[in-house]
Design a protein around this ligand. Structure first.
Ligand code: SIN
Length: 376
């Protein structure tokens, strides 16, 4: 079915996006989608050797990663610069990142979608405001959403302005040191030794969410890779080409997987039309149930073992959700921001965003998510 849609030419990306997004009848997810976690591989998939000495085992461990020699890294024929690393995290570390995304990173001064129509006081600690509601949530029962469940995005470092589609030197707050360290190790392992984590966009998805077709092109230096880390339920990810009409390749992204877009693929169109249950069919994937080894949280790292109470809340959230962290370098060495009158402050009005869920589909019928183009 998906293959037939591709042959029809004319904005094949949009057609496939709509196919995978639709509810009734649901799309066929049983074939034609690259799954890097399965032994049976698509002929486009290439095993990509990494330089195992690019980062030391100790550096990898400090970032919560297995030694590089154990990573399973792939590329794709015809997608130069695209890399896929199948869950290289050490036990317990996926939990750590999921908790950071839910408890720590949404805090001020970071910016989130709720700031656009709520006061600073109301969005000061989404975790505290949501934890009890989430803890008491009965799976499957329709209940009011907690603020954490209404969270769609958080920006870090240089805060991406969704209205102007730009970053500004005037709107920068310290990038989280733990996430910078993880990103810099992953980038180095993939051959980008000088990568600097300067901006992050965290995307929060539920089973009815999608992310429209877009290119990440707002960074001033697009020669640096874009790193993308995913936790929780799985996603169907569509990777197109430089032109909007180029037919995309569908692939699954599972919990712990890392996608790197660099080189020519850095400016390829992509989208997330659908969030799907994890392939194990469990409430949450087993890789998220692992706890951290004692020596991973010793004094040489600033990381703390998740406490069980917090994890209970994260689990409730992740049963229906997926979290994605994208990390970018904005300016290259010797580069500066173009002179502009842009202040970079969050605008009071609702900016155009490519995040959407079923309720918003109804609310913003005319916004046609699937035709959204530019984004970071
Ligand atoms: C993803 O959620 O995997 C993709 C995020 C993005 O394209 O910004």
């Amino acid at each position: 079915m998906a293959a037939a849609l591709l042959e029809q030419g004319e904005d094949a990306f949009r057609r496939l996006f709509k196919y995978y997004k639709r509810r009734q009848p649901p799309p066929d997810l049983s074939g034609g989608i690259v799954d890097f976690s399965r032994a049976q591989q698509n002929c486009k998939v290439l095993i990509t050797p990494l330089n195992v000495t690019s980062i030391s085992d100790q550096e990898a461990r400090k970032a919560g990663l297995q030694p590089v020699c154990k990573w399973k890294a792939y590329g794709l024929d015809d997608y130069p610069g695209f890399m896929f690393i199948s869950d290289p995290f050490l036990p317990g570390w996926q939990r750590y990142w999921a908790k950071q995304c839910l408890k720590i990173y949404p805090r001020k001064p970071n910016v989130c979608n709720l700031d656009l129509h709520m006061s600073r006081d109301e969005t000061t600690d989404l975790w505290e405001q949501s934890r009890e509601q989430l803890r008491l949530k009965v799976p499957g029962k329709r209940e009011a959403k907690s603020l954490l469940e209404k969270l769609r995005w958080v920006t870090l470092g240089y805060h991406y302005n969704w209205e102007t589609k730009k970053y500004s030197p005037d709107h920068f707050t310290a990038f989280p040191t733990d996430l910078a360290y993880l990103s810099e190790q992953v980038a180095a392992a993939c051959g980008f030794q000088q990568f600097k984590a300067e901006a992050g966009i965290l995307n929060y998805y539920h089973f009815d969410s999608s992310l429209g077709i877009h290119v990440d092109e707002s960074e001033i230096d697009c020669s640096k890779p874009l790193l993308s880390f995913s936790f929780g339920q799985s996603a169907v990810f569509l990777l197109g080409g430089l032109k909007r009409q180029d037919p995309p390749l569908p692939m699954f992204i599972h919990s712990g997987d890392i996608v790197i877009m660099s080189g020519r693929s850095r400016l390829f169109y992509h989208a997330v039309p659908r969030i799907v249950p994890n392939p194990e069919g469990r409430a949450i994937p087993s890789c998220l149930e692992n706890v951290m080894a004692r020596d991973s949280c010793s004094a040489d790292t600033s990381y703390q073992q998740s406490d069980e109470g917090d994890w209970e809340i994260c689990m409730k959230y992740l049963q229906n959700s997926r979290i994605n962290m994208t990390v970018r370098q904005v300016v290259g060495v010797g580069q500066s921001f173009p002179i502009t009158s842009e202040t970079g402050k969050v605008a009071g009005s609702q900016p155009y965003s490519y995040h959407q869920d079923a309720e918003e589909d109804h609310e913003h019928k005319r916004q046609k998510l699937e035709t959204a183009t530019e984004s970071p």
